[in-house]
Design a protein around this ligand. Structure first.
Ligand SMILES: Cc1cc2nc3c(=O)[nH]c(=O)nc-3n(C[C@H](O)[C@H](O)[C@H](O)COP(=O)(O)O)c2cc1C
Length: 375
């Protein structure tokens, strides 16, 4: 590989003892290819197999921890023990290619499409509908239900351990249930789960504790606990950067293996204040310093762009769409073939790139999401 890219291939050992061979991760990406019952499918395994020989770590598509938190059609499930053999195949398919594998886990909360739920009723911290056309108003959770979901995160973690994963990533980002508890838009509670900023952090930290307990109890090998956040929300009231900086300050002390920042563009400034152009990731990195490793992500297409992101001091970069368009992105850097990294798609590439049908159609039918060339 070219000398300037060598730092990308430094190994790293996380707090809980997992060592990864390089600093590139596959970002979590839903692929809509699991079976109706949440079981991993052959199509999905093949999609991962061709992408796992290169990135040091693969973070999987998000899996629901309980059936009432299913957020997508054909989403992978981690909500019952019958799914463990399929999860084990997913873990071993990825590990056989050389990457470490982390299962992303969540509850969709008020973002769950009613048609994906058995009772058609999404739930959330409070009965406030998301601001989008046609959104249903969720039902407010009671205390016992909240405790149940917290323990569901622990149970999903146990399943990930039994299935042979190297870690879990708690999905506290992208407007799903954990974020809904942190957000003053979706959380209007006046009990111990809401009200002040501190109380809005209570659910996220309870989930982290539940996951930690499962790891302490069940993991026989080193096992990573990561956490993903979104820095801001558009809504008013909504999560502001100052809330997030207070939150990450506490997350940095929560004994996590990493903190993953979910944004569309690594360099983008505030979504609330167009004048504030500082990268949200850089602000968070500056706040947490060396206390917890930060993963940056977002529209980093070329190895030079990735190296520029590393120059800010963040230890990891995750690649999402880049690895859909170029499964061999990392290998090509290693082999000095970076000039041939694909950065666009044509409508004929599905088979060659091994992309499941539904995901492929979603990509083709969502203008602007991926750069699709006319051929
Ligand atoms: C097809 C697709 C599915 C995604 N699904 C998830 C997901 O399940 N969980 C998650 O945290 N982020 C998800 N994301 C967001 C990505 O992890 C990533 O943050 C985003 O795509 C920006 O990175 P990129 O520019 O490298 O693609 C998804 C993105 C894409 C393109």
């Amino acid at each position: 590989m070219k000398k300037q890219y060598e730092p990308m291939f430094d190994t790293f050992t996380f707090k809980r003892g997992v060592t990864v061979p390089n600093r590139i991760m596959m970002a979590p990406m839903t692929n809509f290819a699991s079976k109706e019952n949440g079981e991993v499918s052959e199509e999905e395994l093949e999609y991962y197999r061709v992408r796992s020989n290169g990135p040091g770590t693969v973070i999987t598509a998000v899996a629901y921890v309980t059936r009432g938190g299913k957020g997508f059609s054909h989403e992978i499930g981690a909500d019952n023990d019958q799914l463990i053999p399929g999860l084990a195949r997913l873990a071993s398919t990825i590990k056989d290619q050389g990457a470490k594998v982390i299962l992303q886990i969540f509850h969709g909360g008020r973002m769950c499409p009613p048609e994906e739920l058995l009772d058609g009723q999404p739930i959330s911290a409070s009965a406030v509908a998301p601001l989008r056309e046609g959104a249903v108003t969720p039902r407010e959770l009671d205390h016992l239900e909240i405790e149940g979901i917290i323990s569901d995160f622990g149970e999903a973690t146990r399943r990930a351990i039994e299935a042979g994963f190297d870690g879990v990533e708690i999905h506290g980002a992208n407007t799903y249930l954990i974020q809904q508890f942190f957000s003053p838009h979706s959380n209007r509670r006046g009990d111990e789960w809401g009200g002040s900023l501190e109380k809005r952090m209570r659910f996220p930290f309870a989930v982290i504790d539940s996951v930690k307990k499962a790891v302490d109890q069940h993991a026989k090998n080193p096992f990573v606990i990561g956490y993903r956040i979104s820095p801001e929300e558009m809504e008013n009231p909504g999560i502001k950067m100052e809330d997030t900086l207070a939150f990450v300050d506490q997350l940095a002390e929560a004994d996590l293996d990493y903190l993953h920042i979910s944004v569309q563009d690594f360099w983008s400034g505030s979504m609330r204040d167009k004048e504030d152009k500082e990268s949200r990731i850089v602000l968070i990195q500056n706040k947490v310093g060396a206390r917890v490793p930060v993963i940056g992500v977002g529209s980093l297409h070329t190895p030079d762009e990735v190296m520029k992101a590393f120059d800010t001091g963040i230890p990891f970069v995750a690649l999402g769409r880049e690895l859909i368009m170029e499964p061999n992105w990392v290998k090509k850097v290693q082999e000095e073939k970076e000039a041939s990294i694909r950065q666009t798609l044509t409508k004929n590439d599905q088979k060659e790139l091994v992309v499941p049908d539904y995901l492929w159609n979603a990509i083709m039918n969502s203008p602007g999401w991926f750069p699709v060339e006319e051929n």
